[in-house]
Design a protein around this ligand. Sequence first.
Ligand SMILES: [Zn+2]
Ligand SMILES: [Zn+2]
Length: 395
Amino acid sequence: MSKKILDKAIELKEELTKIRQNIHQHPELSFQEFRTTVFIKKELKKLGITIVPLKSKTGVLGLLKGKKKSAKETIIALRADIDALPIQEQTGLKYQSVNKEIMHACGHDGHIAVLLGVAKLLSSIKSDFSGVVKFIFQPAEEVFGGAKMMIKEGVLVNPPVDIIVALHCCPLIEVGEIGIYDGTYMASADKFTINILGKGAHGAYPHKSDDPVLTAAQVIVALQEIISREINALDKTVISVCTIRGGKAFNVIPEIVNLSGTVRCHNPEVRNTIKEKMERIIKGVTSAYKCSYQFNYEFCVPPLVNTSEVNTLIAKAAKETLGEGKVESLACPAMSSEDFSVYLGKLPRGAFFRLGIANPGEKPLILHNSHFNFNDRAIPYGVAVLTQLVLDLNN
Ligand SMILES: [Zn+2]
Ligand SMILES: [Zn+2]
């Protein structure tokens, strides 16, 4: 049965590769995935999958009910993210992006192809499972807004989801393998902006200014004091100032400097203290330098916490379809973030795993890089694991 699932997934490979490359060629930015949405709906309609109407213009929710009679009727949601990034592609592929400065550089084109593959495979074996599968094609993962929007659209209710699972490609794991991690796997992500307001003057007469450039420099350095002296070194936390803007001329001290950046945490309690700690430092430093400030802190997504019970189910499905020794327990968690954490925060059961896309012996590709390309060889393996998981849960 299970080996047969991988064989069936392999049969779909050519068709799914075409789909993946088509989507790769037409990438769309977060919340603008209009063509992608139409494309996915058309594919799902071909399969007779119910498309639940949503208010939002992008994103798709498909619903497939199994025909097998069973006392156990799990409602499982599978999620693929569908947005691309503002990067000018430099792969030189024949299906390179036709949209200027937009590129599928995070493999979401591959995630769409895998999930459509699962929809295709499951709809061909409806009598082999019971329960309901919800296919969530989610916009805007890259800007951390899509999961919240889809939840508002009601994707987790009516019928209420029991388990939610997603995969993300990983260039460090070989094709044919997956990676799992129990517990907190990825960091929370928050955004901040700081305006430092001073008094401008001639660059030759700095004593007549309240210099926001010098003050900004002190603020940037002082913020790192939070990490090194206020947070337990065992609590993985990052504060990064990533942009600095101020001034127009080499000889004019400006009135204002703008900073922006991100905060990443694994411990939600630590996360809840950072905003106040930052403001205390910004306030103290700016006042010491006779400047004032505006501070805006936005809580975006929580840490991503995998349920080990669901990981065990995923590992079992992988063992059944991919064979022995194909599940890697990931050695360490990540400081990057994923808005899939928002679903996991709402449900008691769920997990996010990594799908290997590395070709053995080749230099690993880098996500969010202009030379990245999803490896089509990985598609059937992703399809097989997710399909088997649904069958195992609803047998
Ligand atoms: Zn990404
Ligand atoms: Zn991604």
